[in-house]
Write a protein of this length. Structure first.
Lengths: 315, 371
């Protein structure tokens, strides 16, 4: 991939420490569906190092293969080519070490908040005593602020509360690495920023390695240490990483006025838009010979005159 | 949660919207809205039923043949009341007969005791004959205590027999269909193997099954006299027929429910590395319960329909046999009684359906089906 738009050089305010060793490595990972002529490559030649203790955000448009990417990292699907290793061990199956927070919560509707969290605790920490497990569950219910709703079932919760439950369920497994698959995209704007702040707060306490997949550049800059753009698919690959050199704890209001934040946002956004434009141009060039001359037709107004439509609320 | 919330939730889960306006009215909610609800769910059905009864009465005056006429609603009601009264009269008579026998038993026992005491005082042949008398009296006492009135089953007895038969058949069907459905849903290979059977046997009428069920039961019970076996033959034939017909909806729906468990739930199970049994009992079965119960609801409905026909043919003492016997007897009350049993059969079917809706809604969280 040729360089389309390089971000302006950004001063890194973080003290220069030797880069921690990668906890998860992806080498030349490819995944596609179908076979023969109907085959589509969803992700192509993905190379990525996730360092221990860092918060990495992968940003991409919808439909650019984000979900496939997450499922690959989680081990829910196997790559066609390439390798994924975690701490030197190849990733072949899902594991509680890589805790996945699902985009649409995936809470079990027949279990309460407590039951959902307890299911994961009970299946991951089989050798703990019943009391230890119970305390552990309660601690994580408390952490996401759902003590008052622990006995409720998912259908009695708001979207934000469901995502908190899902987050608590994953955190309670004590994963070595947290995978957030568009954790906020199904929420309304207000809940989204609030829950984003909370995820960040919890992360700052635990300092777990965290990989977040998102379509929101602002969210990525606010939360992540590094941002990797996912070039729009088909056959998506990863773009160059952008380092977010903003000190923690970060504050949304302050960030909005920061020049650094603005330039970084512009750089990431411009990069993504430019890559998409290039992909479209290539696609158009490939289908150029199919161009038709459109017929010269104008739509005609078929509404009957004198019949007004009132926008009355239905009774 | 307060009483109102609980009652409203019960109405929703039990599929009884008819009571909802009353609960809300009692709680002092907006009156006008509740009266609209009452008009819709109570008054309108009453008007519709009244209209139907009017048509029925008119038809009863028109449909008249030489030997019989269509019973009017009044005649049907009277016949029903008479059937129920007959049941209680019969039970009362049985109770009296039983009491009389018990009295006899006490008397026999007292006499036997007297003979025993007399025997204790004597020796030799006399003692033996006295003891023999005492023993024979004791035997008669035991026979009297065990006396069961052998009157013909009344209408209400037959209702219970029918309900028992349908539940037994339905239970058999569930025990067979649910595990098979789970296997079909989990293994496409197993499903492919079973699909031809499902497709071919599903549309078969109960009347075609019945002779085959008859042969199998007869073979199994060959050499036993009536009353020696745990189950009555006719009962078992009816129940088997019900089972064979009501198997399919449960089987098909369970397969569908298990095969269409949300992919996300399977992902959760994968991430948690659940074992096969944990996955089955903690994820797949709970997730497929709503569809399973929807299938069982259809099964029970089919079973109840099939049962009436099976009872008629197998001569199992149930509602079907009652209808058939009445038709054969041809008394003055025949058609009124049959009309009454038609209504009773319908109402029992309704109750069975409600029960299954209740169970289905109980296991489908946040997504209760409209009744």
């Amino acid at each position: 991939m040729s360089v389309l738009l390089r971000p302006e050089p950004i001063a890194i305010t973080r003290p220069d420490t030797p880069a921690p060793k990668p906890i998860l490595q992806m080498r030349g990972v490819c995944k596609g569906y179908g076979s023969g002529v109907t085959r589509t490559e969803v992700v192509n030649n993905i190379n990525l190092n996730i360092r221990e203790g860092e918060f990495l955000a992968v940003v991409g448009f919808s439909g650019s293969g984000k979900t496939t990417f997450t499922q690959l990292v989680a081990g829910l699907i196997k790559p066609d080519r390439g390798t994924i290793t975690m701490e030197g061990e190849p990733v072949t199956a899902p594991s509680p070490d890589r805790g996945l927070v699902f985009q649409n919560y995936s809470l079990l509707p027949w279990l309460t908040v407590r039951g959902n969290i307890a299911l994961s605790v009970n299946s991951v920490f089989k050798d703990w005593s019943a009391e230890e497990r119970r305390d552990h569950v309660e601690r994580f219910i408390d952490m996401v602020g759902l003590s008052h709703a622990a006995h409720r079932r998912p259908h009695e919760l708001s979207g934000g509360m469901r995502q908190r439950t899902s987050l608590a369920r994953t955190l309670a497994m004590k994963p070595k690495m947290l995978l957030l698959d568009e954790p906020l995209s199904a929420l309304d704007a207000l809940t989204r920023s609030q829950l984003g702040d909370e995820i960040l707060k919890i992360w700052e306490e635990e300092r777990q390695t965290c990989l977040m997949i998102t379509n929101d550049v602002d969210e990525a800059i606010l939360m992540a240490d590094r941002i990797v753009p996912l070039n729009p698919g088909p056959s998506a690959s990863l773009g160059p990483a952008f380092t977010v050199g903003i000190d923690r704890p970060r504050n949304t209001t302050e960030l909005n006025d920061s020049e650094h934040f603005k330039s970084l946002r512009n750089a990431v956004t411009n990069y993504l838009v430019a890559v998409r434009q290039k992909a479209r141009n290539t696609e158009q060039a490939a289908t150029k010979h199919l161009k038709f001359r459109l017929p010269d037709i104008k739509p005609e107004d078929l509404t009957r005159k004198g019949r007004a439509i009132y926008n009355r609320p239905p009774r | 949660m307060n009483w109102r919330g609980n009652l409203l939730r019960f109405c929703e889960v039990a599929g009884l919207p008819i009571f909802e306006p009353f609960v809300r009215l009692a709680a002092g909610e907006d009156k006008k809205e509740q009266f609209v609800g009452i008009a819709k769910f109570v008054l309108l059905p009453i008007v519709a039923i009244a209209l139907f009864l009017g048509f029925w009465a008119a038809a009863a005056n028109t449909v008249v043949t030489d030997s019989a006429k269509l019973p009017s609603p009044k005649a049907t009601w009277d016949a029903g009341a008479q059937l129920i009264a007959m049941h209680f009269d019969q039970k009362e008579a049985d109770r009296l007969a039983k009491q009389e026998k018990l009295g006899e038993a006490v008397q026999y026992m007292a006499e036997a005791k007297a003979y025993e005491r007399a025997a204790a005082k004597t020796t030799g042949a006399k003692q033996e004959s006295l003891t023999a008398k005492s023993v024979s009296l004791k035997k008669r006492a035991v026979a009297a205590v065990n006396f069961e009135a052998s009157s013909a089953p009344t209408f209400i007895d037959q209702i219970w027999t029918s309900v028992g038969t349908v539940f037994f058949g339905f239970l058999l069907a569930t025990v067979v269909a649910v595990p098979l459905g789970v296997l079909c849903g989990m293994s496409p290979w197993f499903n492919a193997a079973l699909t031809p059977f499902i497709q071919i046997f599903k549309p078969v009428s109960p009347l075609a099954w019945l002779p085959l069920a008859f042969i199998v039961i007869m073979w199994y019970y060959a050499g036993y006299a009536a009353g020696e076996t745990f189950f009555n033959k006719a009962f078992l034939i009816s129940a088997t027929t019900v089972c064979l017909c009501s198997l399919w909806p449960t089987l098909v729906n369970t397969t569908l429910g298990v095969a269409s468990v949300d992919k996300d739930f399977i992902n959760v199970a994968d991430v948690l590395r659940l074992s096969w049994t944990q996955r089955l009992f903690k994820i797949i079965l709970p997730a497929s319960l709503p569809l399973m119960f929807a299938g069982m609801r259809i099964s029970l409905g089919v079973g109840w329909m099939v049962l009436i026909a099976a009872d008629m043919l197998a001569q199992n003492p149930g509602l079907g046999k009652f209808v058939w016997d009445e038709f054969q007897n041809g008394s003055e009350l025949t058609y009124a009684r049959i009309a009454f049993s038609v209504i009773v059969i319908g109402m029992i079917g309704l109750v069975l359906d409600r029960i299954m809706i209740f169970f289905r809604n109980l296991v489908s969280f946040g997504n209760p089906a409209p009744a």
